[in-house]
Design a protein around this ligand. Structure first.
Ligand code: SF4
Ligand code: SF4
Length: 329
């Protein structure tokens, strides 16, 4: 029987990008496969829930779980993996902070279903059929029908650590392969930091950004811009030019991927330690550089920021202090 450590990969509400980053380990993935026994990886290997249920509690050395938790089935899976695993790593922005699926917390299940299955012009749902947790379907054998039970869709999207206890966090949308590799090596060698650590440098992106030297200590902005409608100067700090860049409130370690691609940071790494609410932090930074003191000027400047909630909380709404917007009853 193999004595290699058992490793599981699982996905909840996610886009599949975090699975890509595992593949992006390139030839290093062969070293991982050589060093561990993969016991679950739904995107690539055909293991079943009963295979995991058959393992002893704690038998899996580490489970890497990506995606936010929005279905009852996902919560059941992560609870099972928690029980069977020595370590659980929240892998990527959605598991870490709620991520893009977490923007569902601006509404609730009813709001999402109304939009998706009724309001969009392409919806062909004259009978307004919405997903149900129990349905009756006709079987292939004539005259027989069957009751099927489906996962329930939660009103509120959860981060992984709002569903289960999490040991470590690998940030990013998706986490860069070098951070994934470093984490795998640290786990295999037993050289992990304190429980609860985010496995990336604890400093703000601005500290490592190549454009930082063009950012003056004091500046004001009267005209916020968007990359969709104007072109930033190359090599100059985005924020100084009036483009919302989440670098001051975002953890470094991504390799400045967006900055190198001439795009402001959107905040996928979440905040450094000590910042409880990434969106509130950048909101306060932006408020401090608005170059107006009168109400009308402030409203005009802030009004130019398209979709403030989606901009300031793009990846972190479920992990924020509010967690979701209030739904009018
Ligand atoms: S605000 Fe953005 S562009 Fe400016 S230094 Fe920070 S990360 Fe770089
Ligand atoms: S620059 Fe910001 S949004 Fe882009 S990868 Fe880095 S942390 Fe994520």
């Amino acid at each position: 029987m193999s004595t290699k450590p058992k490793v599981a990969f699982y996905w909840c509400a996610s886009c599949g990008g975090c699975e890509e980053t595992v593949v992006d380990l390139n030839e290093d993935i062969l070293k991982v496969v050589d060093a561990v026994d993969i016991v679950l990886w739904p995107v690539a290997l055909d293991f079943k829930r009963k295979d995991i249920e058959a393992l002893a509690d704690g038998e899996i050395a580490v489970s890497f779980i990506n995606g936010a938790v929005r279905l009852s089935e996902q919560e059941e899976w992560v609870e099972l993996l928690r029980r069977k695993s020595g370590l659980v790593v929240a892998f990527g922005s959605c598991a870490h902070l709620g991520g893009i699926p977490g923007l569902g917390n601006v509404t609730d299940r009813e709001g999402i279903f109304q939009r998706k299955y009724s309001a969009v012009p392409t919806a062909d749902s004259a009978d307004r059929v919405f997903p149900q947790v129990e349905v009756t379907v006709n079987g292939a054998d004539a005259g027989h029908s069957y009751e099927l039970e489906l996962p329930s869709f939660y009103d509120t999207v959860k981060t992984l650590d709002q569903a289960i206890d999490v040991d470590y966090y690998l940030p990013g949308c998706p986490p860069p392969p070098n951070l994934v590799w470093d984490a795998v090596v640290a786990i295999l060698e037993g050289k992990l930091p304190e429980k609860g650590a985010v496995l990336a440098p604890n400093k703000a992106l601005c500290d490592t950004c190549p454009r930082n030297e063009t950012k003056p200590d004091d500046f004001t902005i009267t005209d916020f811009k968007r990359v969709a409608t104007s072109t930033p100067e190359a090599e100059e700090c985005f924020l100084t030019q009036g483009y919302i860049c989440l670098g001051p409130a975002t953890r470094s370690g991504c390799g400045e991927r967006c900055i190198s691609a001439h795009m402001p940071c959107r905040g996928c790494f979440g905040p450094p330690d000590g910042i409880a609410d990434q969106g509130a932090k950048i909101l306060s930074a932006v408020a401090s550089i608005v170059g107006f003191t009168d109400q009308a000027g402030i409203e005009e400047a802030i009004g130019a920021i398209a979709d403030p909630l989606g901009t300031f909380y793009r990846f972190s709404l479920p992990a924020s202090l509010l967690g979701r917007t209030r739904i009018a009853s």
